[in-house]
Design a protein around this ligand. Structure first.
Ligand code: HEC
Ligand code: HEC
Ligand code: HEC
Length: 503
């Protein structure tokens, strides 16, 4: 029976039938591979990992708190686990989370998950993001931390009102060219830059009148990044901005620290150069907002230029401990007065930033002269840097700056910050007080009366409703004519004595 001719014909037939199928399948998988790759890029551009990373660095495990004046909000596990993550999500489910802040079970999310920004994401980007999120390693456990907000913020349904008031206030700018339009999409929707850089209104929504005008963020301050020449990024070139997004550093004038270091680490360094330049082009078009307190330009481009051509200079190393000083051939007496501003700087800062504040720029020890954080009229980031250090983990290994919150007291930090500003920041006078440092260290934030008194208002509301109900019942009982009905007299006995007076 198995005649070679039949066999050959059979093979040819099977091949003929299956070849197109096979080709289609191949096309399909290469298509889905590119969809996943596209989705991975979207996940980076949207910075999902910055918040959803696990405490030990496990991707998408969740557990990281976002601090808000109402309490800490914990990012959940969004790995592909079907039980603990979002493995069961359809594209529609993800779309609803990203655009409306609502989970498949109908739970309202807090805007700590930046859905007000993601709301503008295209269908195409959400679809590829969904394809990518399906491929992440499943993490089979819940984060151990739990969101715990104070009453009344613990009532998620309140977000219905918040959404109605805040979700559709955003108006996309008109008349942008293609490059700036791409930049606007990246800034406003994927990169959600305004979540940090735009101040909040009384309901903690974005105050679009101050769009990208700078806002407090815990210990840090996300600076003004509008096109203003003095207070914003107007003096930066587009290439300088793109470099900052790629390396967390711009010439010798700016280093990304704190939350911005995270944005560069998890997101911006992975964008392609075209997209980084698009963001830069868009930022340069954002209407300027001037901060009157900022008398000198935050960025002095001339200083940057001078520094670029400066020879590296290794400076005398001075440290606090005798042992360490001895190693450098120095004695404690060499530091004139260890408690003076000068003395504090020599002990704690000069080893890396140099006596003259120029740092060792060829080896990434930042120059304090010309640094935007030092020149800014808002002292918050300077104090935050001294407290917390600079913990940037970018693509190129760089030296880090240690935080000094356990080594120096608030008084010493205030002294140092004032010294750094007047010596290297071109300030003729600086008056950061010990109280200022304590306030910055606390991370506390001024909030509107609405948020501050919400618990009180909520309780007053509850008491008011209770009083109305009690008064209503009392009134209704008084008005009701009391009739004696022999068949229900048994029930009448259950009533309060004053209603049984006729018995
Ligand atoms: C700024 C921090 C932050 C970023 C960035 C962020 N998230 Fe979230 N996300 C959160 C927080 C916080 C919650 C929980 C909010 C709550 O409990 O109301 C959350 C909730 C979620 C949920 C709901 C899960 C569930 O079923 O409960 C999903 C899905 C999600 N995020 C996906 C994403 C994706 C995808 C991205 C990137 C496009 C992203 N998140 C970016 C902070 C963030
Ligand atoms: C999680 C909060 C956060 C997000 C998101 C964020 N930033 Fe920032 N940004 C900051 C903080 C805080 C600083 C100050 C860092 C410092 O002083 O080192 C900063 C600094 C900057 C600076 C330098 C300003 C200067 O004067 O030195 C630029 C430019 C900038 N951000 C642009 C952006 C853009 C564009 C995006 C969106 C793609 C973005 N940021 C997203 C918090 C954030
Ligand atoms: C062990 C070395 C070291 C010491 C000591 C040190 N720094 Fe730094 N500092 C650095 C490095 C490195 C950077 C730049 C980090 C980067 O490029 O990511 C930096 C950055 C800075 C910045 C710029 C941050 C920004 O957002 O642009 C300031 C301001 C600063 N240091 C101030 C100080 C002061 C004040 C002291 C003394 C209390 C001090 N540093 C001590 C290493 C040090």
């Amino acid at each position: 029976m198995h005649h070679p001719v039949f066999l050959a014909a059979g093979l040819a037939l099977t091949w003929g039938l299956s070849a197109p199928l096979f080709a289609a399948e191949q096309l399909d998988s290469s298509q889905s591979a590119s969809l996943v790759e596209q989705g991975q890029y979207i996940a980076k551009a949207a910075d999902c990992l910055a918040c959803h990373v696990g405490p030990d660095g496990t991707p998408y495990a969740g557990g990281k708190p976002t601090a808000t004046p109402m309490g800490d909000i914990i990012a959940p596990n969004i790995s592909s686990s079907k039980k603990y993550g979002i493995g069961d999500y359809s594209v529609k489910d993800l779309t609803r989370v990203l655009r409306d802040g609502k989970t498949p079970s109908g739970r309202h999310l807090y805007p700590a998950m930046p859905y007000p920004a993601y709301r503008g994401m295209t269908d195409e980007d959400i679809k590829s993001l969904h394809a990518y999120l399906k491929t992440t390693a499943a993490v089979e456990q819940k984060p151990s931390a739990k969101t715990d907000l104070k009453f009344p913020f613990s009532m998620r349904w309140l977000m219905i009102g918040w959404n109605a008031k805040n979700l559709d206030n955003y108006q996309a700018p008109q008349g942008l060219d293609d490059q700036a339009a791409r930049g606007q999409y990246l800034v406003d929707h994927l990169g959600h830059c305004g979540t940090c850089h735009t101040p909040r209104n009384s309901m903690m929504g974005s105050d679009y009148d101050q769009y990208l005008g700078g806002a407090q963020l815990g210990n840090w301050f996300a600076p003004n990044i509008t096109s203003d020449q003095k207070s914003g990024i107007g003096a930066w070139s587009e290439q300088q901005l793109a470099d900052y997004f790629k390396t967390g550093q711009m010439g010798y004038a700016a280093q990304a620290a704190g939350p911005m270091a995270e944005a560069v680490h998890y997101s911006l360094q992975y964008l392609n150069e075209e997209d980084r330049l698009a963001i830069a082009a868009y930022l340069k078009s954002v209407p300027a907002i001037a901060d009157d307190a900022q008398q000198q330009p935050v960025l002095d481009t001339r200083i940057n230029e001078t520094l670029l051509h400066r020879e590296p200079k290794v400076t005398q190393v001075t440290r606090y401990e005798e042992r360490e000083l001895a190693q450098q051939g120095l004695k404690q007496e060499d530091i004139s007065d260890p408690d003076s501003a000068n003395g504090l700087y020599a002990q704690y800062c000069a080893s890396c930033h140099g006596d003259e504040g120029y740092g060792q720029t060829t080896s990434f020890y930042a120059s304090l002269v010309g640094n935007t954080t030092v020149r800014s009229a808002n002292p918050r980031n300077l104090v935050a840097v001294i407290l917390k250090g600079v913990e940037f983990r970018g693509a190129t290994p760089k030296p880090l700056m240690p935080g000094f919150e356990d080594k120096l007291n608030h008084q010493q930090i205030a002294t140092l910050a004032n010294y750094v500003r007047t010596e290297f920041g071109a300030y003729s006078n600086s008056e950061i007080s010990t109280d200022d440092v304590a306030y910055i260290a606390s991370g506390k934030q001024k909030v509107s009366a609405l948020i501050r008194y919400a618990p009180l208002l909520a309780w007053l509301g509850i008491i008011l409703v209770a009083v109305i109900i009690i008064a209503g019942v009392w009134y209704w009982r008084r008005r009701r004519p009391v009739r004696v009905n022999p068949t229900v007299s048994q029930t009448n006995l259950d009533q309060p004595p004053h209603n049984r007076s006729d018995l």
